[in-house]
Design a protein around this ligand. Structure first.
Ligand SMILES: Nc1ncnc2c1ncn2[C@@H]1O[C@H](COP(=O)(O)OP(=O)(O)OP(=O)(O)O)[C@@H](O)[C@H]1O
Ligand SMILES: O=P(O)(O)OC[C@H]1O[C@H](OP(=O)(O)OP(=O)(O)O)[C@H](O)[C@@H]1O
Ligand SMILES: [Mg+2]
Length: 296
């Protein structure tokens, strides 16, 4: 924390693609917030942690200057500002968060004149990510001109401003609507938890570590299921082989039933077919529970 503050600050996108899932993740990490009247600040009621709601492009800068210790932002925004900032201290990516998945890709008009990456040489490419694109072009040894557009990049070829574009894609619907198609992926992105490059005192570092562990715990519970069942002891090898389990299942004895066992297993994917096969192997009292949080 900054020397004048005793509360940790996390910067989160105010209103956009990452907003809801970022706040949901913080809530699942156990934070309870009270919103300020202007809705730009969420006061943490049960931990000394506050949330600042800002434009996503401002998050790396807030981390660099130390106004916030943590931020949730797309890797594309984080890496763009790191590259644009040359040798300045940059925020570190602490962990990927598994939402906001997309790719930064070069796309070209459907008319078919640009077929290969090498055809880009000497052409103009419009993007809101000039540093990421320039770095990629440099690594590929392609000499193309980078044209900066802050939004509506897909329209650049029709405006005659550029021959190709480099923008975020997920479903590809925006490209298709603009008669463009992907030529090559420049980078893969998702929301990440990032930290300030400013030195932290021991108390702050401990707070950050505690929050990161909780966020990791809330996140690793995503999509995880706890399978519980009872079965004849001699069916255990076959049951263990079948389980799509992340770790060795726990096997428990049942009071007064020496030939039977209870099994608990953490599974990332578990469908009806698994349950039906387990039943065929003799399993009974099958139960599948959603895992809300985990701490190793
Ligand atoms: N089509 C997409 N699918 C999935 N994730 C995306 C997509 N487009 C963008 N993202 C991710 O979500 C982040 C935020 O996107 P959004 O469009 O809300 O940003 P923005 O318009 O720049 O918002 P702001 O108003 O905060 O500046 C992007 O930086 C990227 O990491
Ligand atoms: O491949 P798709 O699923 O079509 O997604 C791609 C679109 O999503 C992003 O824009 P967004 O919708 O976030 O709007 P923005 O231009 O306001 O950032 C991106 O800039 C593309 O335009
Ligand atoms: Mg933005």
């Amino acid at each position: 924390m900054n020397e004048n503050r005793d509360r940790l600050r996390i910067a989160v996108q105010k209103s956009g693609r990452l907003s809801d899932q970022s706040l949901d993740l913080l809530r699942r990490a156990g934070l309870v917030f009270r919103s300020s009247r202007d809705r730009l600040f969420l006061y943490g009621e049960n931990m000394p942690v506050d949330v600042l709601l800002v434009r996503d492009d401002d998050i790396p800068g807030l981390l660099v200057e130390g106004s916030c210790e943590l931020g949730i932002v797309g890797r594309n925004v984080l890496d763009e500002q790191r590259l644009a900032g040359a040798d300045a201290p940059a925020p570190a990516e602490l962990q990927a968060l598994g939402f906001g998945s997309c790719r930064l890709a070069i796309a070209v008009p459907d008319n078919g004149l640009i077929k290969n990456v090498t055809d880009l040489a000497g052409l103009r490419i419009a993007t809101s990510y000039p540093a990421l694109l320039a770095e990629w072009l440099r690594k590929q040894s392609i000499d193309a001109e980078v044209v900066l557009l802050n939004g509506s990049v897909e329209i650049a070829p029709r405006l005659g401003k550029a021959h190709a574009i480099c923008d975020l894609v997920s479903s590809g619907a925006t490209l298709a609507a603009n008669q463009l198609h992907e030529l090559v992926t420049v980078m893969r992105s998702e929301a990440v938890l990032a930290s300030s490059p400013r030195a932290q005192n021991a108390a702050t570092a401990a707070q950050i570590e505690r929050l990161c562990a909780r966020i990791g715990g809330a996140q690793s519970g995503d999509g995880m299921r706890l399978l519980m069942l009872q079965a004849p002891r001699n069916a255990l090898p076959a049951i263990t082989r079948l389980l799509p389990s992340r770790e060795t299942p726990s096997v428990l004895s049942l009071d007064g039933r020496p030939d039977d066992i209870a099994v608990q297993a953490l599974c990332s994917e578990l469908d009806w077919q698994h349950l039906e096969e387990l039943k065929r192997l003799g399993a009974s009292s099958l139960m599948v529970l959603n895992v809300e949080r985990m701490l190793a």
